[in-house]
Design a protein around this ligand. Structure first.
Ligand code: FES
Ligand SMILES: [Fe+2]
Length: 368
């Protein structure tokens, strides 16, 4: 289903047989011919009439290669703007208005498998059959009222691994972020505690600061007083980091989302190209969950913190690293104690990519 008849760029240096976020559910309305480049591949996404189920195909007509999103919808079919070839939502050509109206055998558009989960549209673009067992479940994002969860996305001009590095190494918050989420210098002296979680891994920080992180302080008994905090992040290939964070002034409370005023977040990245990234962020808090105005203000404030404080650094690093941003170790970086989780993330992902590429090469050789 998802095979590209003609790969657009070779080799594609990503983990291909995996799920990536293609869009927020809210980005693709009932009518739109939504389009976005993912993994160097232009993709058309739209929702079927009736069921609203999203479908995806290569955003390129097989005739003269016009983007299909420039065409028109007719029910669940798309008609190319240039010469009127028509395709169904599986990418099969259903009408050729020219000559004897014969439909050429090669006129199928490659399609991709989508799944909609947790308010996100996930896409599988690999050559192997889409593997449902690899689709991660971030269920807590969708448990609770809509006024307790915020979604956003940011287009960043850097390699996707630089965003993952940033979130895997939360010590940067001490140095980069302003009052809204500052950790007041408390994370840098800590060595994150890394542990295996199934075939993934997690990292954890625990600390106290005065006052608490501003996003939580107003919901604690004494907003100006010291509070114990935790961060717990789990890296799930290829581009997902589930981050939990919370604060408490109850000396006996466990440092988890049950025991603290906190939030369950997902940071997930999808490469557009090797030097540009679609960065999606979702946050579900466990307090003040029915306040729609606060919800709107909170997601905007967090987005602004990323856009104003993280993104300029990531884009400046991209400038300095160039194509090596994808191959960080080749630049022989200085490594410090704060790098432990980010280095493990890079090694985990790069090993998986190398294994996948070896598998692909072996099967191509066998087929030759
Ligand atoms: S380019 Fe699409 S029909 Fe010609
Ligand atoms: Fe940050």
């Amino acid at each position: 289903m998802s095979n590209l008849a003609q790969p657009l760029t070779q080799p594609r240096p990503y983990l291909m047989n995996a799920w990536y976020v293609a869009a927020l559910s809210t980005e693709v309305d009932a009518q739109a011919l939504f389009h976005r480049t993912l993994l160097d591949t232009p993709v058309l996404i739209y929702r079927k009439k009736g069921s609203g189920e999203p479908v995806a195909m290569l955003d390129r007509c097989p005739h003269r290669f016009l983007p299909l999103h420039m065409g028109d919808r007719d029910g669940d079919k798309v008609t190319c703007k240039y010469h009127g070839l028509q395709f169904d939502c599986d990418g099969a050509c259903t009408h050729n208005p020219h000559g004897n109206q014969h439909i050429p055998a090669a006129s199928t558009v490659p399609s991709f498998t989508l799944r909609e989960r947790n308010g996100l549209i996930w896409i599988w673009m690999g050559d192997e059959a889409a593997d449902e067992s690899k689709l991660h479940d971030f269920g807590p994002l969708t448990e609770g009222p809509e006024t307790g969860v915020g979604y956003t996305n940011i287009y960043v001009k850097c390699n996707y691994k630089l965003i993952l590095d940033n979130v895997m190494d939360l010590s940067h918050i001490d140095h980069v972020h302003g009052e809204i989420i500052t950790t007041r210098g408390k994370l840098s002296p800590l060595v994150p505690q890394v542990r295996a979680v199934g075939d993934a891994f997690a990292a954890r920080w625990e600390w106290s600061q005065t006052p608490a992180m501003m996003i939580f302080a107003g919901f604690l008994p004494d907003p100006k007083a010291e509070a114990r905090h935790f961060f717990d992040i789990t890296y799930l290939m290829p581009g997902n980091i589930q981050l939990s964070v919370g604060a408490t002034q109850d000396a006996g409370a466990p440092l988890d989302l049950e025991g603290t005023t906190g939030q369950y977040d997902l940071h997930t990245v999808t490469p557009e190209t090797l030097t540009t990234t679609h960065y999606f962020f979702v946050t579900r808090r466990n307090h003040n969950v029915d306040d729609a105005d606060f919800n709107k203000m909170k997601i905007e404030a967090m987005r602004n913190a990323f856009v104003d404080e993280d993104v300029p650094l990531a884009e400046a690093i991209q400038e300095r690293m160039g194509v090596s941003a994808d191959d960080f170790f080749a630049m022989k970086p200085v490594l410090m104690s704060n790098d432990v989780a980010a280095v493990r993330m890079r090694r985990t992902l790069e090993t998986a990519i190398a294994q996948e590429q070896a598998r692909t090469a072996a099967s191509e050789k066998a087929a030759a």
